[in-house]
Design a protein around this ligand. Structure first.
Ligand code: DOR
Ligand code: ZN
Ligand code: ZN
Length: 429
């Protein structure tokens, strides 16, 4: 089956392409990208006039909750949320039950994904056994079972020596060590960003230093070892500035930011709606502004959702008792589209969702040249919709964006040459 995507504006930062081209797909592979390609008689033609045709979007930080927490999410529902949200590849974090700290769990995830998933699922293995922070995992086995990075996300690696060893070991395989930076002695029991609003609303705060002291440590350890540290969900100006400086000095450091840290401030926690509770917390305007600068100047490598689905009971309770996290896959694209032009360019946005994460992970994805796998995301910059969490494919309805009207949504998601979602609706076989 051949597909011909006609009349779209193709943006492929990996190949330095931005222009009006047609894209032909044959048997799951990009066959040709060119001006005015002629359809063959059996080709399915997709009219992409007014749309943006991009390499398939990659979200390198999601929580799919399988094994162990299928009441929060399943690979079937999480990958449908991803497809509806415009993503063709997701990397799933290892804070499952059991933890993905060995080849058997990674192989299980890959099997369930092959059977029930509709986008590509690349697992992230744990840095330490059971994410306990004591003993590093057998990373060679994890890689052989399909893992593309290691992380103890959800928990920081508290001991510097363990992080040092992990970086040394991971370096042998060119594997990124993905660090959730949080000094628990500073953040413990904190609910929101420590600042004016934590005092005003009466919440225990999480200081910016809780993230920054560990980011500083990890950057120093990357410098010491030459290993690749990737700092998760950066939320503060201080973290950004350290990364900017370290990059200039040639340290092997990369980082990611989430849509919620770019579009919300701590002020919204005054609703006492636990859907605003997330770790790291929503920060003040000063930090949001700094993160936007980090996108403009190229310090930030990729945008990730940190999709953290939770069951209703985990959120429909007192703020202090609620779980941390936002169900993010189905709102990320329009939230970031809302920043395009005002804050950064469309080309920058596409880069952060495609070749950016592909380069962090060292995977052969994120471009649409002839011969590449046909993973494609088509955006409709004119589409306007109101976020309705009840309609999420994700089991996690925990979003602070319910009822918001956003402009610029995914139009079509194509995985391996197959259309899996159109206008936010999953196309089942
Ligand atoms: O908000 C968060 N949710 N932050 C984390 O670090 C973990 C995640 C989760 O697993 O729910
Ligand atoms: Zn985290
Ligand atoms: Zn996470």
């Amino acid at each position: 089956m051949r597909l011909l995507i006609k009349n779209g504006r193709v943006i492929d930062p990996a190949n330095n392409i931005d222009g009006n081209f047609d894209v032909r797909i044959n048997k799951g592979i990009i066959d040709a990208v060119g001006a005015s390609l002629k359809p063959g008689k059996n080709d399915q033609v997709i009219d992409a006039a007014g749309k943006i045709v991009c390499p398939g979007f990659i979200d390198m930080h999601v929580h799919l909750r399988d094994p162990g927490y299928l009441y929060k999410e399943e690979i079937a529902t999480g990958t449908r949320a991803a497809a509806a949200g415009g993503f063709t590849t997701v990397c799933c974090m290892p804070n499952t039950k059991p933890v993905n700290d060995n080849a058997a769990v990674a192989a299980y995830i890959r099997q369930i994904a092959a059977r029930t998933g509709i986008v590509d699922v690349l697992p992230i293995g744990a840095i330490t056994r059971n994410q306990a922070g004591e003993e590093i995992t057998e990373m060679a086995d994890l890689i052989a079972a399909g893992c593309v990075g290691v992380s103890d996300d959800g928990k920081p690696v508290e001991k510097a020596e363990i992080m040092r060893n992990a970086l040394e070991y991971a370096k042998m395989f060119d594997l990124p060590v993905i660090s959730h930076c949080e000094d628990l002695s500073l953040s413990r029991d904190g609910q929101i960003h420590e600042g004016f609003f934590s005092t005003f609303y009466g919440f225990k705060g999480i200081p910016t230093a809780a993230e920054e002291v560990m980011a500083a440590r990890d950057i120093l350890l990357a410098q010491l070892t030459g290993g690749h540290i990737h700092i998760c969900h950066i939320s503060t100006r201080g973290t950004l500035e350290m990364i900017r400086k370290a990059k200039a000095e040639g340290v092997n450091v990369t980082c990611e930011v989430t849509p919620h840290h770019l579009t919300l401030t701590d002020e919204v926690t005054g609703t006492y709606d636990a859907n605003t509770k997330v770790n790291p917390p929503l920060r003040s305007t000063e930090h949001v502004q700094a993160l936007l600068t980090g996108i403009k100047d190229g310090t930030i490598d990729c945008i990730v959702t940190d999709h953290a689905p939770h069951e209703l009971e985990a959120k429909d309770c007192e703020y202090q008792l609620a779980a941390y996290g936002i169900s993010g896959l189905e709102t990320a694209v329009p939230l970031i589209m809302g920043l395009v032009d005002e804050e950064f360019t469309l080309e920058q946005m596409v880069r952060l969702f495609t070749v950016g994460p592909a380069e962090v992970l060292g995977i052969d994805k994120g471009s649409i040249g002839a011969g590449d796998i046909a993973d494609i995301t088509i955006l409709d910059p004119a589409a306007v919709k109101t976020v309705d969490p009840k309609k999420f494919y994700s089991k996690g309805k925990n979003t602070p964006y319910g009822g918001r009207t956003l402009k610029g949504w995914p139009y079509m998601t194509i995985v391996n040459g197959k259309i899996v979602a159109e206008n936010g609706i999953i196309i089942e076989e």
